[in-house]
Design a protein around this ligand. Structure first.
Ligand code: SF4
Length: 361
């Protein structure tokens, strides 16, 4: 099966499951039904562009909209590569809310379904969230540390159901506080309770390692998330950015194990959507970066293959999403079949970062 058909099929399944899970909530059900119809149109749009212009439009984007964060998590990737800082003045110039709106409007017109919003802490950029919310054809999962969701912004999430909070935790309360700071787990839980009491659709993202794999996929833990009201669980495989932590990253056997576990969880829990990133790249014929399944837009608009491959030779604010999909770097990566390069475990492009950096020059 062609990758684009496979991904469109997966999105149809995700949306069907989301719709089934909110049937008891008329407002969310109406929204999910509307999005299913819109996604059918965008799927046709992507196919049409592929057939007429030979351009593969990915259904996903990852947009790092925030360059500040209120936390100092151990091993923070965004801080390690200078995306996140304590104050905006410490960061590179960033796109304006209007520039992000232009990008999201174009993405929607090309048939992109989702843009994951990341950073830094995206809840610190309400001005950009408000712009994204107005792009009704797309859904924006907000990857947040969950400590800033409160009375001042719950109305924004209540009003715009296409903004979907995905709260990051590290598994248990102690693991979370150990990495993210004392009291962070309790505060994140408060946000989950608030979202649940508002009957809003939300989820969680968990960095999965060789050490916590069993626990964070266990029945006991998943049912805890279920009781918190989580409707979607993103497992993000650990990328060993800190020297000496390579043992925490998945090897091929863990990737296989994870795929099996994911199938079991999807069968066992009909009321939760389970996703793993990057998932079994080998099964998918290689990595999904560089526009194959998604690409990353940096806070300054730089078009990058993936957050874990922060190299770029073009800017989306200047050449647009369609232009970025045909950037020299993305073309070189595709031509070199770099997305299928040999690698152990999780992330191809991170493992071959020197070669990709050379291609961007
Ligand atoms: S919340 Fe995210 S961006 Fe902020 S310090 Fe933690 S890992 Fe980094």
């Amino acid at each position: 099966m062609q990758l684009n058909e496979y991904m469109s099929g997966s999105i149809r399944n995700i949306m069907a499951k989301a719709y089934r899970n909110v049937l008891t909530n008329p407002r969310e059900a109406k929204f999910a039904y509307k999005m299913q119809r819109l996604f059918e149109k965008s799927e046709k749009r992507r196919r049409q562009i592929r057939e007429t212009d030979g351009i593969d439009v990915p259904p996903f984007l990852i947009s790092s909209i925030a360059t500040t964060c209120n936390l100092h998590c151990k091993g923070c990737y965004a801080r390690s590569i200078g995306i996140a800082n304590d104050s905006a003045s410490d960061s590179k110039p960033t796109l304006s809310p209007e520039q992000w709106r232009t990008i999201f409007d174009e993405a929607a017109s090309l048939g992109v379904n989702f843009s994951l919003l990341a950073g830094g802490e995206p809840m610190m950029r309400r001005d950009i969230l408000e712009q994204a919310a107005e792009v009704k054809e797309m859904i924006f999962p907000i990857f947040t540390n969950g400590t800033l969701i409160g009375p001042n912004n719950i109305s924004l999430l209540r009003e715009h159901l296409n903004l979907v909070p995905v709260i990051s935790i590290e598994g248990t309360a102690s693991n979370t506080d150990d990495r993210r700071g004392q009291g962070v787990f309790k505060r994140a839980l408060m946000s989950m309770e608030m979202l649940k009491s508002e009957q809003l659709f939300f989820g969680t993202s968990i960095t999965v390692t060789t050490e916590n794999l069993q626990h964070v996929t266990s029945r006991q833990f998943v049912e805890q998330l279920q009781s918190y009201g989580c409707k979607i669980v993103f497992y993000v495989e650990y990328v060993p950015i800190e020297p000496g932590t390579e043992h925490l990253a998945f090897g091929d056997e863990h990737v296989k194990q994870m795929e099996t576990i994911m199938e079991e969880l999807r069968t066992q829990y009909d009321d939760i959507i389970f996703l793993s990133f990057p998932g079994d790249e080998k099964e998918l014929g290689g990595c999904l970066a560089s526009g194959r399944g998604f690409f990353h837009i940096g806070p300054d608009g730089s078009a990058e293959p993936c957050p874990f491959s922060p190299f770029s030779d073009s800017n989306v604010a200047q050449i647009g999403v369609r232009g970025a999909l045909q950037s020299p770097l993305f073309r070189k990566i595709r031509a070199a079949h770099a997305l299928g390069w040999e690698h152990t475990g999780g992330c191809t492009l991170y493992e071959h970062r020197e070669e990709i950096e050379q291609m961007a020059i």
